[in-house]
Design a protein around this ligand. Structure first.
Ligand SMILES: [Zn+2]
Length: 301
């Protein structure tokens, strides 16, 4: 991926040098509002943690579910704001460039629809950090918090992606960011709110099916970003699309469940199968159109 062509975003909050991501002591009490975080696939990292620590991944998931499941969206609450800064290290610059590319694409797309794109912030952290969705833990994998409109990523996830999930490559890493930014776009479009409303009148099984559509749309939006960013900045190099498709397959629910449980339970899917995730990324990549990413209306996923 030719990421150097992209302008670096100035919306990076670098909390990597914070001890414990800002001090776990300050994470409690009353701050955790504003909806749940939407991850790339919590199960991915839970699974890996399970391998590393030798415990049942489902046990970890139960714990993580508790962390991530701070729904009850009430009023917006101010959370920690770290001043934005431009990273100078290679990984930091890479992330800032990819984010800058997403900003350019989405500003254009929104403008053409007569709307204004509000840029999300991206928080780099290590270990744990306060968010409007509760304590962000690196074990949750990268996620977007609608409550503070920030993408959170501990860059150690990229090691997990490469080593444990077998999805190496800079474009696979860029796809992860573009997917989370896709959740931000959904938030701006009001889709996230509608999901929260729907959640209250649905069974878990029904909600999971809806969640799959949300995730696949974020994958489609990631593809849409790649289409437009390539068109304007020629970012794609040979093998890049394959890297993203490989990553999309690696974090499909069926692939992850097969690894962690040895079986596949479609009712519990929240992110979609490997094939679905690849298909929707590809739909965005080939069409470049928001309308083609309407997974909620699609007759087949
Ligand atoms: Zn997601």
């Amino acid at each position: 991926m030719k990421w150097e062509n992209n302008r670096q975003s100035d919306q990076i909050e670098d909390r990597r040098s914070d001890p414990g991501g800002g001090g776990l002591g300050g994470l409690g009490g009353g701050r955790r509002v504003g909806g749940r975080g939407i991850g790339l696939g919590t199960i991915a990292v839970a699974l890996v943690a399970g391998w590393i620590f030798g415990i049942n991944p489902m046990t970890i998931l139960g714990v993580l579910g508790g962390v991530g499941d701070m729904s009850a969206p009430t009023e917006q609450v101010q959370t920690t704001q770290t001043p934005t800064q431009t990273p100078t290290d290679d990984m930091g610059r890479f992330v800032a460039s990819v984010l800058g590319g997403t900003e350019d694409v989405w500003v254009d797309v929104f403008q053409q629809a007569g709307a204004q794109y509000q840029k999300p912030r991206l928080v780099l952290f290590r270990g744990a950090t306060p968010t409007a969705c509760g304590t962000g833990q690196s074990a949750m994998g990268p996620f977007y918090c609608p409550g503070d409109q920030k993408v959170y990523i501990d860059l150690s996830f990229y090691d997990t992606l490469r080593r444990q999930l077998g999805a190496p490559g800079d474009f696979a890493q860029a796809y992860v960011i573009a997917h989370e930014v896709g959740h931000h776009v959904q938030n701006l479009m009001g889709i996230t709110d509608q999901m929260e409303q729907a959640r209250r009148r649905m069974s878990e099984r029904e909600y999971n099916a809806l969640s799959v559509k949300l995730e696949l749309q974020a994958d489609c939006f990631a593809g849409l970003w790649a289409y437009h960013n390539h068109k304007s900045k020629a970012i794609l190099e040979p093998g890049d699309v394959e890297e993203a498709l490989n990553a999309a397959a690696a974090i499909g629910d069926d692939a992850l469940q097969r690894k962690s449980q040895g079986q596949v339970v479609p009712d519990s899917f929240t992110h979609g199968t490997s094939a679905q995730r690849q298909r929707w990324f590809n739909t965005g990549l080939t069409s470049g159109k928001v309308q083609s990413c309407d997974t909620f209306k699609a007759s087949t996923l």
